[in-house]
Design a protein around this ligand. Structure first.
Ligand code: PAF
Length: 275
């Protein structure tokens, strides 16, 4: 496994593999089973797997969140070695952003609802860094988790407009035995809050079991109330899976999305409701 930090090293490493298909898994480190499932998917699909580790400051709307973001580069590299990843790219801020050519795409509703409404500028930061990575690595496939479903849709749109040669692949959310979606942030939950956090998935499953096109506004309110019994919810919303609108097309596929806080830790999750 090669570990590179500089652009020149990255280019050299990639140019020797130019006859291979490349799978790319971008991460912010502090790896867990969710990341490993993306890496496995890449290893199955592509000849050469590249993982990036970079805590991207431009996507944090809250400086304290950035300061507290868990980092474990040494452990991560050991994990990636065991997974037989081919190349790890862990650049610093200047290496990535110095010659940035900004990307200009229209995201419409995708960048104005749910997470975008609560975390101003977050997805613009994600797009900036993923745009840089895609230009540098030019993978055949890139892998993203279903837990960050809105991010997946936004990156799929970035690829559709600017990188049609890259296939964006969404991999299912990995959950703790009791249901909590795996996330690097879970490590900051107290034992008590960790147990409580499992209720989030119960509420999502309740929503799925009781979903009916005609009752969705009532159901949103009920689920929000259920979340408020053990946490501080920011939203619980039922929206179309493809464009995140909620103007009501019965035949469309629908998804429930939520963000809630436990002991100051912000957790997000979502579930497909009908298809
Ligand atoms: O999902 C994440 O970990 C990040 O948003 C990503 C895609 C690595 C960009 O920094």
């Amino acid at each position: 496994m090669q570990v590179v930090k500089q652009l020149q090293e990255l280019n050299e490493a990639l140019s020797t593999e130019s006859n291979k298909s490349i799978g790319f898994v971008p991460t912010m480190g502090f790896l867990h089973h969710g990341h490993l499932s993306l890496i496995n998917a890449s290893k199955k699909k592509a000849d050469f797997t590249v993982v990036s580790i970079f805590v991207n400051p431009t996507q944090f709307n809250n400086p304290t969140d950035l300061e507290n973001y868990p980092v474990s580069l040494k452990e991560d590299l050991m994990t990636l070695e065991k997974q037989e990843v081919d190349l790890v790219f862990c650049p610093d801020y200047n290496t990535l952003y110095t010659n940035e050519k900004p990307v200009d795409i229209t995201l419409g509703k995708l960048d104005s609802v749910l997470e975008a409404r609560k975390r101003k500028g977050h997805f613009q930061g994600v797009i900036r860094v993923v745009n840089i990575f895609f230009k540098l690595i030019n993978p055949n496939y890139a892998f993203f988790g279903e837990k960050d479903y809105q991010q997946y849709l936004i990156i799929a749109e970035l690829a559709r407009v600017c990188f049609p040669q890259i296939e964006i692949i969404m991999c299912p959310t990995q959950r703790e035995q009791v249901g909590l979606a795996m996330s690097s942030r879970n490590s900051r939950l107290s034992t008590k809050d960790f147990e409580k956090a499992n209720e989030i998935y119960r509420v999502l499953k309740y929503c799925k079991e009781n979903f009916d096109f005609s009752n969705r506004e009532e159901l949103e309110k009920t689920c929000l109330k259920k979340l408020a019994e053990f946490s501080e919810p920011e939203y619980f919303e039922i929206r179309h899976s493809d464009d995140l609108l909620n103007n009501g097309d019965k035949l469309k596929s629908w998804r429930a999305f939520t963000a809630t806080n436990l002991g100051g830790i912000r957790l997000i999750d979502n579930i497909a409701l009908n298809q």
